[in-house]
Every structure is written in C-alpha cells, then in structure tokens.
Design a protein around this ligand. Structure first.
Ligand code: SF4
Ligand SMILES: [Mg+2]
Length: 272
C-alpha cells in the first residue's frame, strides 16, 4: 500500500494557516510525523490534549484540531500533570523546544520524569533559542557560534536523553529530521506507552542556527549536517564517550515500565 501524502489533513485547523514556521524549518516535519503516527495508530487528535509553551515548536498544537493549551514558557508539564490528575485516561502530548523543555522548564521536566507522569513529550531540539533570534541555549554544542556567542559557546550542552533517563523517564529515544521513519515509529511507541515518554528530535533551524553556527541559511545543508553528525547508538557504544558526545547519538535508550503517578493514587500498568 503506498503511503498517503497528507494523512489526516483534516486534523489541521484551516484557520491556523498560513503557519508561522520559516521555509525549511523542521517543526513542520515533526507536526507531520505526529499526524502520521496518529494515523498509523488510528488515534484521533480530537481525543487528546496537546500542549505547547513558548517557542517555535510550541506552536505545533495551534495548527492541530485538538484540545490545546498554549502559553507560558516552560510550564507545559505542570499543566499536563494537572490534566492527568483529573482525566487519567486522556492522552496528553507536550510539544516543546529545547529551551522550553530544558532551560525555562528544566525543573518541571526532571520532576515529571521522576513521578513518571503518563505524558508524551516531543522535544524539537534545534540547538538554540530560535524564536527570540538565535541565542545560545542549554543544548547548543560546545564551541558553536550563536547570536550571543560570536566567539563560540564555552558551555558544555545538556544531553536531554541522559537527563530524562536519570530523572526516571520510562521511554526515551532520540532521532533527527533526517530519520523520519524512525521518529514516527518512536512517536507511536511513546503514544502507546504508559508513563513519562520522551522523543527528542534534533531539528534544523536554518534561519538562526544554520546561519550563525553552520554559515548557511540553506535548510537542506542543515539537515545534511545533522545527518553527518548522527551516530547510531550501537556504534556510539563502541566509541570513546567524549567523542560520541560530540555528535547526536540516535536510537532508543529506555523502554521500561514502573508505577505511574496520578495524584494521590499510584496506578500499575494496565489500570487505566
Ligand atoms: S526561527 Fe528557526 S526554529 Fe523557528 S520557525 Fe524559523 S527556522 Fe524554525
Ligand atoms: Mg530551540
């Protein structure tokens, strides 16, 4: 069966268009991956709540025909937690950029993972604060040039997947916009998972990260750079860890079950 070109086109709000993303931005790809995952699982965005904070990726729920919250920077997970307290059966998906998830919302991310809240978080990591003009972010690679680090960032970046794993997330994977099929497969697994599931997708920001760090505003060249610097997990495990950390290690890192927190009651897998 040939794949449908625009699965679930009816799940895009026409009044939200034209969308806000720059030409060649990876956010549109991630929106498409999510809808393809829903299509393959026969899940309806209308039966979910999708949440975005502030940032380019946080605008993805605005374009979806779903119940949505969009607003305060970094506070998506407290909202998600509140929804799960009163509607544990409701699928809740958070779309966050790297700044939203790990800088402004870093503490919420750690504690939602620790509690194993039953929420899926899709992090679009474009390696910088994109919406505000391309400033250095906690995920910006060491020595990368950004708007605020013209001589190169001197700070080591966060590894989002390692942080999710050590904080207690029960599903963790990382792909890139050069790994569409793998990203869709991981989003499907995350949507079916009971517990705190994180899918990080390294994504191109040709407008800022591309121009400042890579010297090109060409989206294709940014994706090629991401692809060239991606390292499959199996290969990374045989490498010097310091060397592997310079690239984007891709794969599935955690897939396990443990009790989920739904407020005052701790439910076991299958209780929903
Ligand atoms: S600024 Fe970057 S991340 Fe934001 S929409 Fe434009 S290309 Fe995408
Ligand atoms: Mg960002």
């Amino acid at each position: 069966m040939s794949p449908k070109l625009y699965p679930r086109r009816e799940d895009i709000r026409p009044e939200g268009l034209p969308h806000f993303f720059c030409p060649g931005c990876g956010c549109g790809q991630v929106l498409n991956y999510f809808l393809r995952a829903c299509d393959e699982l026969d899940m309806q965005p209308q039966d979910m709540t999708c949440i975005g904070g502030v940032g380019c990726a946080a605008r993805i729920p605005i374009y979806l025909d779903t119940d949505a919250l969009h607003g305060i920077h970094g506070r998506t997970l407290p909202w998600a937690t509140g929804i799960k307290m009163v509607r544990p059966e409701m699928p809740v998906v958070v779309f966050a950029g790297d700044g939203d998830a790990l800088s402004i919302g870093g503490n919420h991310f750690i504690h939602a993972a620790r509690r194993n809240i039953d929420v899926t978080v899709i992090v679009v990591n474009n390696l910088n604060f994109a919406m505000t003009g391309g400033q250095v972010a906690p995920t910006t690679p060491l020595a990368a040039t950004t708007m605020t680090t013209p001589y190169g960032s001197s700070e080591p970046p966060f590894d989002l997947c390692k942080m999710a794993e050590t904080s207690g997330a029960t599903y963790v994977s990382r792909w890139t916009t050069a790994h569409g099929m793998q990203a869709i497969r991981s989003i499907k697994t995350a949507l079916q998972h009971t517990g705190f599931s994180v899918v990080e997708i390294i994504s191109q920001c040709p407008t800022h990260y591309g121009r400042y760090a890579l010297g090109t505003g060409d989206a294709t060249k940014s994706v090629e750079w991401i692809k060239e610097n991606s390292i499959p997990r199996a290969r990374a495990e045989k490498m010097d860890p310091a060397e592997a950390q310079l690239g984007f290690v891709v794969g599935e890192f955690v897939n396990e079950q443990r009790p989920v927190f739904y407020g005052s009651t701790v439910y076991e897998e299958g209780d929903k």
